[in-house]
Design a binder for this molecule. Structure first.
Ligand code: SAM
Length: 273
């Protein structure tokens, strides 16, 4: 009834006319929903939410009894607040973010050597980068985030500015494999790799990183969305294929960002060299 070209033919003139009216109203309702900023462009709406929240934070911070929360902490919390309460974002989120934090901590504590270079594949709004920046707060750690989308570039640079970490982040508006080629040319090696871009590219990109010699021994490679939307070939490679000899891998069961009923997994792999 709802999709037939002319409901009057199915239901008669009177009822058919009312179905048509109801159908038009439903169309308007979904259109209005779709053009709400939270739905039409959640990244932009999230940035707006952070900017509003940071204004309030600055007023709070300049007042008496100012809080110990840093701008970086507050910016992270504001993105999470948006993700939980306002619109859907595809950043790693606070729950999986803690798995990412522990993986960074693991690399910092267990070495080998100093963590000099962290690379994130897939910047999006810049939330994952903020978590990396918070964990890697020593000024001599280089943090590179890679995303070919210019929109991601402009939104995330504003987010980094709000969090006051803009000068600590190197942004590459390019594809993962091009940045790998650049690192190889520069003779640099990655100590921490956060793989969170196109799921179909996880396997080929990690293999490429190994073949190019840009993964340092002991590099911790974190993979997000292993179950949802899923990177089954990458997981199989790490747990059963040749990757099993090259990496020691733990799979963490968790849920999709801001969506507790939707299961997901993250992998944390250590490159054995
Ligand atoms: C899931 S989001 C990244 C979320 C981010 N890591 C976070 O936790 O805040 C995926 C991003 O990967 C980017 N992307 C797509 N192809 C890419 C590639 N070849 N290299 C790097 N990033 C890519 C997309 O533009 C998108 O912004």
């Amino acid at each position: 009834v709802f999709f037939s070209p002319d409901p009057k033919l199915l239901l008669g003139a009177f009822v058919g006319r009312h179905v048509q009216i109801a159908r038009n109203l439903a169309g308007i309702f979904f259109f209005v929903l779709a053009i709400k900023p939270e739905t039409a462009h959640p990244q932009l709406a999230a940035l707006e939410h952070v900017m509003q929240g940071m204004k309030a934070y600055k007023e709070e911070a300049s007042g008496p009894g100012s809080s110990a929360v840093t701008p970086l902490d507050r910016a992270i919390d504001l993105v999470d607040d948006f993700g939980w309460n306002k619109g859907f974002l595809i950043n790693v989120g606070d729950v999986k973010g803690k798995i990412l934090d522990s993986a960074v901590q693991q690399r910092l504590q267990n070495g080998p050597g100093k963590l000099k270079l962290a690379v994130e594949l897939g910047t999006f709004l810049g939330y994952g980068t903020l978590r990396l920046a918070r964990m890697l707060n020593q000024s001599d750690v280089e943090i590179i985030t890679v995303d070919p989308d210019v929109f991601a570039y402009s939104l995330s640079s504003s987010l980094y500015e709000q969090a006051q970490v803009r000068d600590r982040i190197t942004m590459k508006t390019d594809y993962s494999y091009n940045v790998f080629a650049e690192l190889k040319k520069q003779g640099k090696q990655i100590d921490l790799l956060f793989v969170d871009h196109v799921k179909k590219l996880y396997l080929s990109d990690v293999k490429l990183a190994v073949e190019s010699g840009i993964l340092a021994k002991g590099c911790v490679v974190v993979g997000d969305n292993i179950r949802s939307p899923g990177a089954p070939d990458y997981k199989k490679y790490l747990l059963e294929g040749e990757g099993k000899k090259l990496f020691s891998t733990e799979v963490h069961k968790t849920h999709v960002e801001y969506w507790p009923l939707w299961p997901d997994e993250m992998t944390v792999s250590t490159f054995l060299g």
